[in-house]
Ligand binder design. Sequence first.
Ligand code: AMP
Ligand code: ZN
Length: 114
Amino acid sequence: MADCLFCKIARGEIPADVVHKDATVTVFRDITPHAPVHLLVIPNQHVGSAGEIGPGNGALMAAMITAANAAADAEGVSESGYRLVFNVGRDAGMTVPHLHLHVLGGRHLAWPPG
Ligand code: AMP
Ligand code: ZN
């Protein structure tokens, strides 16, 4: 998608603090972190949101969660714990229409969310 912000980050056309990139996913720091560790895992190819994911997307989901787990380990929060979040749509506060998995950690995270 030519005008998609996260497609541009995946293509390296917009600067981001990228901590991991491979053939399938890019992992970078959220520009407005809500926790000491706040990363975003995105597919390099455009997908609108988790609401579009179905049975054919198993390999992509595995790649995204594997990258999230590896990033959490690299950030030192594997033992203390972390939260993986997909926001879908308006009521969830989704603001960027390109699938992204939030990786949050480094402090206690309240549950249920506000
Ligand atoms: P969501 O609210 O689930 O759509 O999350 C989108 C996230 O993208 C927010 O947490 C933003 O802070 C983050 N974000 C927006 N623009 C950028 C950017 N250029 N680089 C890094 N993170 C961004
Ligand atoms: Zn995109």
